[in-house]
Write a protein that binds this ligand. Structure first.
Ligand code: FE2
Length: 190
């Protein structure tokens, strides 16, 4: 977090393994997600540049972890042909809440994935059809006090294992630009 971002605390602990269950150490991990209000920082003047985005390296046991805030789902733009298509189908334009992960390690196929929040009401109707059972994370709700004094209840934790396949590692070039002043898209309610 690079600027104050109110919302339920989320503690993530994850492991990266190969197909034999062996830890993959020294992998680069990119993580990014929307705020508890459903905005990525590049859509939100209130958030600092690169807020809710992080880069990690897996430890010798293949693990990495971080504290963040629980993301919210968000509407995708409907001001073009996608909006026409959704209106014709009578569908809403929301994505369920998720964390994005990108894993890079030479010798392995680059893994880009999303882990969806299991209490999101739109898991079954994701506008992008991105949700599968395996990608729904077990985000545990905690109503007991956390070890960190500044964490209020409820807070959440997620434990997740990722598996990489051997293969060619390639890294996409992200089109990173300065913050655009785009507003969050309006909701489409069929
Ligand atoms: Fe997303």
């Amino acid at each position: 977090m690079r600027s104050p971002t109110p919302g339920p605390a989320l503690f993530v602990k994850a492991w990266l393994r190969d197909g034999n269950g062996q830890p993959i150490a020294g992998a680069e991990v990119d993580v990014w997600h929307s705020s508890p209000e459903g905005y990525y920082e590049n859509q939100d003047p209130k958030q600092a540049e690169m807020n809710l985005r992080g880069k990690f390296t897996t430890d010798a046991d293949g693990s990495f972890g971080f504290r963040s805030v629980k993301p919210a789902g968000y509407p995708i733009p409907i001001d073009g042909p996608v909006g026409d298509l959704l209106r014709a189908q009578g569908r809403h334009n929301f994505r369920p809440a998720h964390l994005h992960f990108l894993f890079f390690k030479p010798g392995f196929k680059t893994l880009i994935s999303q882990i969806y929040v299991n209490d999101d009401p739109r898991l079954d109707t994701d506008v992008q059809f991105g949700v599968t059972q395996a990608l729904i994370g077990n985000y545990l709700r905690h109503d007991e006090p956390a070890s960190a004094a500044d964490v209020t209840t409820p807070w959440y934790s997620l434990e997740q294992t990722f598996v990489m396949e051997p293969g060619r590692s390639r890294l996409p070039k992200p089109p990173i630009t300065d913050k655009v002043q785009a507003q969050k898209s309006p909701a489409l309610t069929p």
